[in-house]
Each structure stands twice: as C-alpha cells, then as structure tokens.
Ligand binder design. Structure first.
Ligand SMILES: Nc1ncnc2c1ncn2[C@@H]1O[C@H](COP(=O)(O)OP(=O)(O)OP(=O)(O)O)[C@@H](O)[C@H]1O
Ligand SMILES: C[C@@](O)(CCO)CC(=O)[O-]
Ligand SMILES: [Mg+2]
Length: 398
C-alpha cells in the first residue's frame, strides 16, 4: 500500500455555555481557539507502528505482525464508523495491558490511536508500518478540548494516509481544508476516539475541532453561527488536573439520583445557551451596546452557579470568579470543570491596564492566563512549509 505522508492540525475549543447539559441533549455554544494540535504521519519500512506523544511523555512501537493478529479472521467488518466496536476495545485493552475503567492519560491516548489505526487501515485492506508524532499547544486535560483535537488529527491523518479521503493540498497551497463530505467522515471517526477517551461524549468538542468557528450544537446537530460579534476572551488555566470522563459520569449519577432537581438545572442551562445565542445574533446585526454585554455577563454568572450545583465546580474556579469580579469582569469554567480552565469575558471598553492587572492577579494565584482569539479554522492539512518552525522541529525530533 502506498502510504500518503501528511501533516494535519486541529484547534482546541472553549465552551461558552452548555457543557455537561449538552451530554443530555441540551444546546451548547462552542468556539474554536487559536491553539492547535499538530500530527505528522510518516511511512516507514521498519514493519513497525510507532507513536510519539511528547506532551504526555509516551513513545511506543508495535510490530505490524502483532497488530495483524487483532484483525478478525473472517474479514468481518471491523469498527463501524457509527458505533464503537466494544469487542475490539476489549482486545486492545488486553493487547496494551490496561484494565477496563482506567483513567491513565497514556492508556487512553494509545487506545484511541490503535483503534482508529486498525479500523481505518483494515478497511483499506492492509496494515502499513508508519510513525505518528503528535504535538499540541493545548494543555492536556484542562477543558480546552485536547482529547478532541487529538482524535480529529488521528482521524484526518489516517483517513488521508490510507487514501480513504483525498488530500486537499494543491501545488499552490501550503494549507488546505477538506470538503464537507470528508469532514463529516473525519468527525465521525474522531467521535469514536472521543468515546474511548471520554466514555460518553456529546460530540461537541470533535465538531469544533473538525469545523472550527463558532458552533451551536445539540444532539449531533451542528449549526455554524456566521453572524457573531468578535468577542474578547481571557483564558485561565487553574492547572488543577481533572478527567472529563469522571466529571461527566458524576453528573449522570446526580441526574439519576435527583432527576427532579437536576433536570430543571439542565433545562435552565439550555435556556442560558439559547439566550446567549440570541444576544450574540442581535449584537452582530446591530451595534453591540453595553446592555448586550451586561446580558452576556449575567448569563455567565448564572451558568457558573448552575455548574456548581451539578457538582463540577472547584475552589480554584471560585477564586477565578472572585478575582476577576474584583476587577469588574465575569468568569465561568469551560469544558468539564473540576479544575482545568475558565473563561472571562472582556468588554470592548475594558482598558488594557485592567486586562493586564487581572492577568497578573491570576498569575499571582498560580494560574496560567492569557488573552485568546476565537473562531480559528477547523481541521487542516499542511505542507511542512506552512508549519511553524518550532512545531516542525518537535514533530521531526522522533
Ligand atoms: N497532545 C496529546 N497527546 C496525547 N494524548 C493527548 C493529547 N491531548 C490529549 N490527549 C488525550 O486526551 C486526554 C485528555 O482528555 P480530557 O477529555 O480529559 O481533557 P480535555 O479534552 O483537555 O478537556 P475537555 O474534554 O474538558 O475539553 C489525555 O488523557 C490523553 O489521553
Ligand atoms: C463536559 C462536556 O460537555 C464538554 C467537555 O468539553 C463533555 C461533552 O460534551 O462531551
Ligand atoms: Mg476532552
């Protein structure tokens, strides 16, 4: 098989409103970030499959012959793109020696990689030897969709390398995006990767990683919001580690235990997302007014209280809210919560000195904090010429 080498990237995301509620069929609003995960796939003649994941200090390889033994003898279809093949996941767990229910960062990343590798290449008829290296600008496991950006990159690279989807790069372009049909397929495989890492993902994170921009997401229905104002957002990483899988499972337990208490909270989060969407649309079609920003701030405060009620807050996130409020700014957690990252809305009239002082206050708490741009492009393929030198250097190191 002729393996097509490639470099791909996908953005991280911030959820404005709707995290957790979206797992239970409610609306979420999510935006892509200008922080990306990059993956380089190279053909080799070593008869080995190698994976290099420097962000999580993981470097592994397997003989292709050993991996072939995981394929069904009958030539039965392996891993349908629309559902997770539980038997294959069980076999892979045995193969890499991890128990069911493990939360170990490395094991999840390896399982997702091997699952997508086996399914995509088995369909194309042959398991090739190759080396995959991944490097991310995103903090891992901090609420900015690192697992989704990783899964989207795995799916795009393997679908492209196997020839399942064509390369979008032309001679004139150094960076290009796939068409809708290809992106749909990338998104579906990435969702299976998210299922391995998350347990029960809604699919919003991989949708943003694939399409980029600003999305409304509900039960698999993705709507790109084209008319939105350019929001200024501060991102803060409390650096408290947490697992999306555990937090999502915790909310489900609470919902099962107290359905009449938790369901109305999720309904209210849904209404927050819809009101935010309406306000953003109004702001884009008219001149944004201070009143619009007051509404956005109130929605942030309401949602942050709701997220505390459903048990995904953390004292460091409470501190983030208090510290920014002391400077007149409103914050909420973003992503799964339990630590990780929060977002702070900056108003157009927020003075530079206020932003700088807030960033300093948050750094004094031991957090990382920076202003970010939202609405970055979704999954892309790059020629080496289009990749920042420092990223290329890390990818080429292995
Ligand atoms: N750069 C990377 N290299 C290898 N594995 C990664 C990388 N980024 C993420 N992962 C995988 O994703 C897992 C983190 O996913 P998790 O869903 O818990 O956090 P997140 O995606 O950053 O946050 P959220 O889901 O709240 O947005 C890691 O444990 C690892 O398995
Ligand atoms: C917590 C959650 O809602 C968002 C994680 O970024 C989980 C999901 O939607 O899969
Ligand atoms: Mg995740």
């Amino acid at each position: 098989m002729q393996i097509k080498e490639c470099i791909v990237s996908a953005p991280g995301k911030a959820i404005l409103h709707g995290e957790h509620a979206v797992v239970h069929g409610k609306v979420a609003l999510a935006v892509s970030l200008n922080l990306r995960t990059y993956l380089r796939l190279q053909a080799t003649s070593t008869s080995k499959v190698c994976i290099n994941l420097p962000n999580i200090n993981t470097f592994l390889s397997w003989d292709v012959t050993a991996l072939k033994q995981l394929l069904p003898d009958s030539g039965a279809e392996l891993g349908n793109v629309n559902e997770l093949d539980a038997e294959l996941v069980r076999m892979l767990r045995n193969f890499v020696g991890v128990s069911n229910g493990t939360l170990d960062t490395r094991s999840m990343a390896i399982l997702a990689f091997l699952y997508i590798y086996l399914c995509v290449f088995a369909k194309s008829g042959e398991l090739p030897s190759l080396t995959v290296s991944v490097w991310s600008e995103l903090p891992t496991g901090a609420g900015l969709g690192s697992s989704a950006a990783y899964s989207v990159c795995l799916a795009a690279a393997m679908l492209s390398a196997s020839g399942t989807i064509p390369s979008p790069l032309s001679d004139q372009e150094n960076t290009a995006r796939w068409g809708e049909v290809e992106m749909e397929l990338i998104n579906r495989w990435a969702f299976q990767g998210e299922r391995i890492i998350h347990g029960n993902p809604s699919g919003v994170d991989n949708a943003v990683g694939t399409w980029g921009g600003i999305l409304r997401y509900r039960s698999g229905k993705i709507t790109a919001l084209s008319r939105v104002p350019m929001l200024r957002i501060l991102l803060t990483n409390t650096k408290v580690p947490r697992s999306t899988k555990v937090l999502v499972a915790g909310v489900k337990d609470k919902l099962n235990k107290f359905p009449f208490i938790i369901n109305p909270v999720l309904e209210s989060v849904d209404a927050v997302s819809c009101t935010c969407e309406q306000t953003l649309t109004e702001m884009a079609s008219d001149t944004p007014t201070p009143e619009h920003y007051n509404v956005l701030e109130e929605l942030i405060d309401i949602n942050q209280h709701h997220l505390n009620v459903i048990g995904v807050g953390h004292t460091t996130l409470d501190t983030l809210c208090q510290v920014t409020l002391a400077r007149g700014l409103h914050s909420k957690l973003t992503g799964a919560g339990g630590g990780g990252c929060g977002i702070t809305l900056l108003r157009p009239e927020t003075e530079c000195s206020v932003v700088q002082n807030t960033i300093q206050d948050l750094r004094d708490c031991g957090y990382d904090c920076w202003e970010t741009r939202i609405g970055a492009a979704g999954v892309q393929q790059h020629s080496p010429l289009a990749v920042k030198e420092e990223v290329l250097e890390v990818l080429a190191r292995y």
